[in-house]
Each structure stands twice: as C-alpha cells, then as structure tokens.
Design a protein around this ligand. Structure first.
Ligand SMILES: NC(=O)c1ccc[n+]([C@@H]2O[C@H](COP(=O)([O-])OP(=O)(O)OC[C@H]3O[C@@H](n4cnc5c(N)ncnc54)[C@H](OP(=O)(O)O)[C@@H]3O)[C@@H](O)[C@H]2O)c1
Length: 311
C-alpha cells in the first residue's frame, strides 16, 4: 500500500515543487499517495491540485486541531513555515514549526522532511542576530532532531524566483537611463541559487527515494554559487538593459528597503563574510547538487524561461 505523503505549502513554491516532483516521477508516485495541506481547499491553486490525483485537505498550521485532522494516517510529512513579522517573530514561527512536528508525531508519522535554514546567529558567533527567518528554522531543526520521528532536512539556497517576486530589491534607474543594483556587500559575495519551483522537489525526491540513506542528514540545496556581479550581469543580459552592480554603505542599502532592513542587510553580510551556509558553503552546495534527483536549473536557463523584466 502506498504511503501517505502530506505536503505543507503545496500551493506555494517549495511545497508545490515537492508535489510536482513526486507526480512526475513514476517510482515515487507508485510509492507515495499525495496529500496537499492548505488553509483553503477551494482556492484556485487547491482546485487545480484536485484535478491531478492529489488529495487536498484543509489544515492550518496555527490550529492543532485542524493539523491533527489533516495528518490522520500520514506516513511522511514535508513541512515548512513562513516568516512572521513583529517583535515576537522568532517565537511565533518556531511555535508554528513545533506544532506541525508535534502533531506529526502524535499522529504516528514515521518521517518528517523539514525545510530548514542555517542559523545566522550561530555561524556569525552572535554578530548577526536579525535574520530571524533563518534562525527560527534552524531552531526548529534542532527541536525536530529530539523528537521520536525519523527526520531529514532541506536547507534551501536563495531562490532564483526572488529576482521576479521581490520588487523592493529590483535595480533602480540611474540618471543616464541605465540601472543599478546597490548592496553593501562585496562584488564577489556569493549566492547559492536555486530554482525553487522547478528544483526544490528534486532534493526532496532524493530523500523520498531513499529515506534511510538520508535519515538525520541535511542537504544544502542550490544549483551552484553565483557572485552578485555574475547575477547582475545575467539580469542585464536577460533584460536587454544595462544593469551594473554598485557597492554602497550598509546605511544606504537599508534606506532603500521598505521593510526587513536588518534581515536583508545582515543576511547578505552573512553570505559575504561567512558564506550562506557558513564555512564550506561551496562544498556543501556541490554535495547537495550531486544527490539531487534530476538535473538542476542554472540561472542562465532560468532567465531564458523567465526573462528578467524591469518595471
Ligand atoms: N526566498 C528565498 O530565497 C528563500 C530561500 C530559502 C528559504 N526560504 C523560505 O521559504 C519560505 C517560503 O516558501 P515558499 O516561497 O515556497 O512559500 P510561498 O510560495 O509563499 O507559499 C506559502 C505556502 O505556505 C502555506 N501556508 C501559509 N500559512 C499557512 C498556515 N497557517 N497553514 C497552512 N499552510 C500555510 C500556503 O498555503 P495556503 O495558502 O494554500 O494555505 C502556501 O502554500 C519562507 O519561510 C522563507 O523563509 C526562502
């Protein structure tokens, strides 16, 4: 009998990628019965999933009762959380993560695949404490490792999709009609880029195909590292406009952002000074890419499919 795989975030980028990967992989599709968890089973995305052999079940991470119902009979859980805002952002997101994991254990799930991130606070030895969306996921990983459930962890790199979906980080127009990407980090700072929509599922797929091999392991998930200069050059080529990189002061960078100023400033500083995944980032990315179940998308290929458009 196939094992029920419950996917949180199935209507979003990374969860959707996990779901699509299993649907497209005959071996995994035979082994797992897909269950998409969503707050709204009647949303457009949820209705599309129902037409694709996917059980769509209502579940809200904020409600233990709703979670318990959504995880009845589950074997494996792919779980993720979204960042919270406000002064208690760390506590709120961590509580959400713990709630999913606790309910999964209570419901007798055997395996959880958790979407984690590195602890910026630990890697920087307390220098950077504002990157809460990373630190919470790392704390959740630590918690899940103490629970009576098998677990494996996916630490995703920086999404290629960000360049289309985060307009507040877009290049700005200079007086001469060219465009500038301004950050406080060195032109050589490296980003491990991941096509979240097409490729996140290839890492989850590796674990789903051989859960025993990956039990207790963390995969660092990206195609490869690109310097900010290389990224800007590729965006420029894709858009057909001149876009250049300019290193500015951290104050100037923060002043350009409408929110999450410290999160982005300290996050980018991490990549520059310590590496996105900390020491050995380059090797960790190469190791992760080597086990992904399928060929990973380069940023060049991503931009061919999704040309970069300036507003
Ligand atoms: N952007 C990056 O470069 C990057 C890199 C690494 C990690 N991350 C992390 O990735 C996460 C975002 O992932 P994504 O881009 O895949 O998300 P997304 O596309 O924005 O989708 C969010 C998903 O979360 C689900 N969700 C939200 N609140 C929920 C709740 N209360 N109960 C149940 N489901 C809920 C939504 O489902 P419904 O709406 O259907 O309920 C939706 O499927 C963030 O935590 C971020 O820190 C981002």
């Amino acid at each position: 009998m196939s094992k029920v795989l419950a996917i949180f975030g199935a209507t979003g980028q990374q969860g959707g990628s996990v779901l699509n990967h299993v649907l497209s992989d005959p071996e995994l599709f035979r082994e797992y019965k897909l269950r998409a968890i969503t707050r709204d089973v009647n949303s457009e995305e949820a209705r599309k999933l129902k037409t694709r052999n996917v059980e769509v079940v209502e579940g809200d991470i904020l409600s233990p009762t709703s979670l318990a119902t959504s995880l009845i009979g589950v074997h494996t859980v792919f779980a993720m959380t979204t960042p919270s805002l406000g002064p208690d952002a760390f506590e709120v997101e961590l509580a959400n993560a713990k709630r999913i994991a606790d309910v999964a254990v209570d419901q007798g799930a055997e395996y959880i695949i958790w979407s984690t991130l590195p602890s910026v606070r630990n890697i920087s030895k307390g220098k950077y404490t504002a990157v809460v969306p990373f630190d919470t996921k790392a704390a959740a990983e630590e918690y899940i490792r103490t629970l009576p459930i098998k677990s494996a962890f996916l630490s995703f790199g920086s999404f290629m999709e960000n360049y289309q979906s985060q307009p507040f980080l877009f290049p700005t127009k200079a007086d001469d009609g060219t465009y500038v990407v301004s950050r406080h980090i060195s032109p050589q700072a490296k980003f491990p880029l991941l096509d979240a929509v097409d490729d996140a599922g290839k890492f989850a797929g590796a674990i789903l195909a051989d859960p025993t091999k990956f039990e207790g392991k963390r995969l660092h998930c990206a195609t490869k590292l690109y310097t900010i200069t290389e990224i800007v050059t590729l965006l420029s080529k894709s858009s057909g406009k001149t876009i250049v990189y300019k290193q500015v002061s951290v104050e100037e960078f923060k002043a350009s952002l409408p929110f999450f100023q410290d999160v982005f400033a300290e996050g980018f500083s991490l990549y520059d000074e310590y590496g996105y995944f900390g020491p050995g980032t380059e090797e960790l990315v190469a190791e992760g890419a080597a086990v992904a179940r399928g060929r990973l998308t380069t940023f060049e290929e991503y931009l061919e499919r999704n040309p970069f458009q300036l507003p």
